[in-house]
Ligand binder design. Sequence first.
Ligand SMILES: NC(=O)c1ccc[n+]([C@@H]2O[C@H](COP(=O)([O-])OP(=O)(O)OC[C@H]3O[C@@H](n4cnc5c(N)ncnc54)[C@H](OP(=O)(O)O)[C@@H]3O)[C@@H](O)[C@H]2O)c1
Length: 307
Amino acid sequence: MIELVADRPGEPLEMIRLREARDIALAPNDALLRLVASPINPSDLLPVAGAYPHRTRFPHVPGHEGVWRVESAAAGVSGLKIGQRVVACAGPGAWATRRRADANRCVAVPDDIDDESAAMAVVNPLTVRCLMEHIGPMAGKAVAISAASSAIGRMLVRHVVSRGGHPLCITRETNCDPDVGGIACWRDPSSIPVVDVALDCVGGTAGEQLLSKVVPGGVFVHFGLLSGQPIRTRPPQGVSFRLFHLRSALENQSGHHLSRLMSPVWDDLRTGLSRSFAAACFALTEWRSALTVVGQPGRRGKILLTG
Ligand SMILES: NC(=O)c1ccc[n+]([C@@H]2O[C@H](COP(=O)([O-])OP(=O)(O)OC[C@H]3O[C@@H](n4cnc5c(N)ncnc54)[C@H](OP(=O)(O)O)[C@@H]3O)[C@@H](O)[C@H]2O)c1
């Protein structure tokens, strides 16, 4: 068994190494999972870089989501079958050929969902569902979406359109390609018209400019930090500023509740609303090439690590 590990915080390409892992001891209610595939998400690399010192313990095995097969389970675990495919909301540790997970945090993958979609089913698609609920009805509303060419940005554009909203896409590239035809795109958030809702995962100056575009009574949801910089300005009068973290939203959720939350997500994958695709797959042993590709601007699609 092998795993990727960072012994201390720093630049991921310098800090991560491959190591032989020790045998895994299962606690009561644990399942032993064998990795099929796990994507490299921005939120996997930030803890390695030292962004969350209060909640990242080193040595740290990165990776939060993926699709696994159940290899074995502790006595008393019910509801999981050996060989079954699952996704798991079990915290970091995905970039290993095997991991343990609380069986209550595992959700069975429906047979008609392919491995690639299942590997990317939780972090972005579930966040999109939560954000849509958070915002409420959006028919007729102007909704600005930053980093609209990111995997989650593309999903948000499709969901906003499907709910009758009007997305305004902001990308850092000149040739905007958010997947949905006829959508207006901007590079400079300060030049967009005013909006009812802004969904921002960039932060920094671009996030602050976007915040200034939300009308009184409108909503600004800040859910990511691609720029690496926080938003420091105050929201305009009457604008509701909200933070969203999937991790907090899933904390303390029972297995039953997780399955219920995932149910509409499987449908969103079937209809394509929350579909993202893999640009390339690399074995865990090829992690260096994988991380190099992830850092390239203009990348389309996720990079998957396979077991
Ligand atoms: N709060 C939560 O619970 C939650 C959940 C899911 C996702 N997120 C956040 O959503 C963001 C996007 O995640 P993802 O999985 O969709 O990412 P991704 O597609 O894997 O990669 C991010 C993409 O955004 C663009 N980008 C990178 N840096 C940027 C910058 N400074 N300004 C504007 N665009 C930039 C790049 O595309 P181009 O090269 O084409 O510009 C890059 O390919 C991340 O910040 C992530 O942490 C948060």
